[in-house]
Ligand binder design. Structure first.
Ligand code: ACM
Ligand code: ZN
Length: 616
């Protein structure tokens, strides 16, 4: 009995220490994406209900950004800050938050934080918004909670931060056609993007498997085109279908609401209306848009590439121009995505109209016909003051004069386009394809291919080195692609997208050189924020990744890695569950066909993730 007392006593001490730690210890700064310059100094700036916010001038953008700060404080801390419009210089000796418009580079901001002052200097509305996103990440994670958090000290570590984006285009895509997602989910998606200073939402709205955007002039597009009669189960060629009609679309009112919501968070929505391929849902509604080679057209029920594409006739151009007229009304974005990918030439080869058109225009082949199609649409879109962006295949048969290219087929298209002085967004598969596996496919849900691990994504350099410094300037940004073949639910989207999208966001924003170790340390802290925000990210970060590499007929080389920093991998080869006492992995080793590699990642002898195994 006697020795229980010290145990209880030390347990209470440990508990007290654990409870008070977040209140006392200044946060180690761990912002994602990493700012251009960070220097932490002594002490903290403490925020409470009496902290004033002085602003030098107020407009709606500035007030909105401060309102975002107050909104989070209200929820998590139970207080808001008073905003006082006055010359901050008159209050130089007071404690408080000072917001000054410094008017430099777009989207840039600086923070100078001492125990008595939190000074924000910003260039424009976006800069102030991003300064506040950084402040959220300097505060305890609890700031992201949506209910009142007791016992938290709202301290910001003292520091200097200077920050500005590397690229103007920092994008995240979501395919809402293969699967459909609610406006509420899209708002959450945009919130999380904005936290990562991602400023372009590429909204994939039309496809073979469903048309999702209300177009008043062509009501069938959504009345009928939103539907497919069933959906393939398992991988795309499984041959099994669920027998359940699947649909969903966005009304124009919903679109306007989302566009406004995104704009308030400095996210521009770029709509994608696919042409000339991936058009089967539209053709199923209006068969006259096709080459007319088939009696019956139906929205696709599995994933892939379909030969039923738009026929380049006047009727089709009239339809597309009408559709784009409504798109221009809904989306203020200067850039409009016209798809352009994966357009088989099968129908055009058999279509008398298409063949006559090729002759009449003096074109070489169907590739040039595609280029002519896109150039014609570009002319129309340019005439309305907008610019087109399209996937790599718009290079086939020659790029339209003002087109920007979204490079997805590896890097080649991006390189060619930059060499031709066309602006490029790098979204290469598999490096930036978030529908690829992120961990061992054997223990992950179905995905498109891969794996493309967090580390692979992080280490990818989106500016190809073969480009000259002059050509490199045509790379205007990056984008993470979320094709939803195998993501039927919001939970699956979040699982596939995060935390890998953190790596892409960092490539888009941060001009710092890559530092995997530093990134994983910051990311581990950042995962706590994603937890608070209820983002169902993949936790493979803490799991060992065992790979067996072919060597001889009778043996393989095993390698094991883990993303979590400061973790030790322990493994066994006899089928037993590894513990902190099992051998430590130090490098590649040979196994033979009798063996199972089982591994876990440990810190201080404690397992931090899941045990993983692989059989020879
Ligand atoms: C694409 O993945 N087809 C752009
Ligand atoms: Zn045709």
């Amino acid at each position: 009995m006697t020795n229980r007392i010290p145990h209880i006593f030390s347990a209470v001490l440990i508990l007290l220490a654990a409870c008070s730690r977040p209140e006392q210890a200044p946060q180690v700064i761990s912002v994602i994406p990493e700012p251009a310059f960070v220097q932490q100094t002594e002490g903290v700036f403490h925020l409470d209900s009496k902290t004033p916010v002085y602003v030098d001038f107020s407009d709606s953008a500035m007030l909105r950004s401060v309102a975002f700060l107050n909104e989070r404080l209200q929820k998590a801390a139970g207080f808001t800050l008073d905003v006082i419009q006055d010359d901050p210089l008159d209050h130089g000796t007071e404690k408080g938050i000072f917001i000054l418009n410094a008017g430099w580079k777009k989207e840039a901001y600086n923070l100078q934080i001492s125990p008595s002052r939190l000074l924000i200097e910003y260039a424009d509305g976006a800069g102030l918004f991003y300064a506040i996103q950084t402040i959220f990440q300097l505060l305890p994670d609890a700031i992201f909670a949506d209910s009142r958090q007791k016992g938290v000290r709202w301290d910001v570590p003292c520091c200097s931060i200077e920050d500005a984006p590397r690229f103007s285009y920092r994008g995240m895509h979501l395919d809402c056609c293969l699967h459909f997602f609610s406006i509420d989910f899209l708002k959450k998606y945009i919130d999380i993007m904005a936290l990562h200073k991602v400023n372009r939402f590429h909204w994939h709205l039309t496809e073979d498997q469903g048309w999702r955007l209300e177009i008043k002039k062509y009501p069938l597009l959504t009345e009928k085109g939103q539907w497919r009669k069933e959906t393939v189960i398992g991988s795309l060629n499984s041959g099994f279908y669920d027998g359940t009609p699947y649909g969903g679309y966005y009304s124009q009112d919903e679109v306007r609401e989302l566009v406004k919501y995104a704009a308030e968070r400095y996210v521009t929505i770029i709509p994608e209306i696919e042409l000339p391929g991936h058009a089967l849902a539209a053709i199923a509604c209006y068969p006259e848009l096709s080459c007319g080679l088939e009696d019956h057209y139906e929205t696709a029920t599995k994933w892939g590439i379909f030969k039923q594409v738009y026929c380049p006739k006047e009727e089709t151009f009239k339809f597309l121009e009408d559709v784009f007229d409504e798109v221009f009304e809904l989306f203020p974005s200067e850039l409009i995505h016209i798809g352009g990918d994966e357009c088989p030439k099968t129908s055009w080869k058999q279509c008398p109209h298409c063949q006559a058109l090729i002759k009449k225009l003096g074109l070489k082949d169907e590739f040039e016909l595609q280029s002519w199609f896109i150039q014609r649409m570009e002319k129309y879109i340019n005439s309305k003051g907008r610019q087109i962006i399209g996937w790599d295949e718009i290079l086939e048969g020659g790029l339209a004069p003002n087109a920007k290219v979204m490079s997805w087929l590896g890097e080649e298209g991006g390189i060619k386009s930059a060499q031709q002085h066309h602006e490029v967004v790098m979204a290469p598969y598999p490096k930036y394809y978030l529908d690829y596996w992120q961990a061992d496919p054997e223990s992950e849900p179905l995905a498109m291919g891969g794996p493309t691990t967090l580390r692979t994504m992080y280490e990818y350099n989106p500016v190809p080195e073969v480009l000259t410094p002059e050509e490199q300037k045509y790379i205007i940004g990056v984008e993470g692609c979320v094709w939803t073949e195998y993501m039927p639910t919001p939970a699956r989207v979040e699982y596939m997208a995060w935390p890998r999208m953190c790596a892409i966001a960092e490539a888009g924003w941060s001009s710092r050189s890559k530092d995997w170790d530093g990134f994983t340390r910051r990311l581990e802290k950042h995962l706590g924020r994603l937890d608070r925000l209820d983002v169902g990210y993949c936790k493979a970060f803490y799991d060992p990744f065992i790979e067996l590499h072919k060597d001889t007929t009778y043996s393989k080389i095993a390698t094991i890695s883990v993303d979590a920093p400061d973790a030790e991998i322990h493994f066994t080869l006899d089928g037993s569950t590894p513990t902190g006492e099992s051998p430590v992995y130090t490098g590649p080793f040979v196994i033979n066909r009798q063996q199972t590699v089982k591994a876990g990642a440990f810190r201080d002898g404690k397992l931090i993730g899941n045990i993983k195994y692989k059989n020879f």
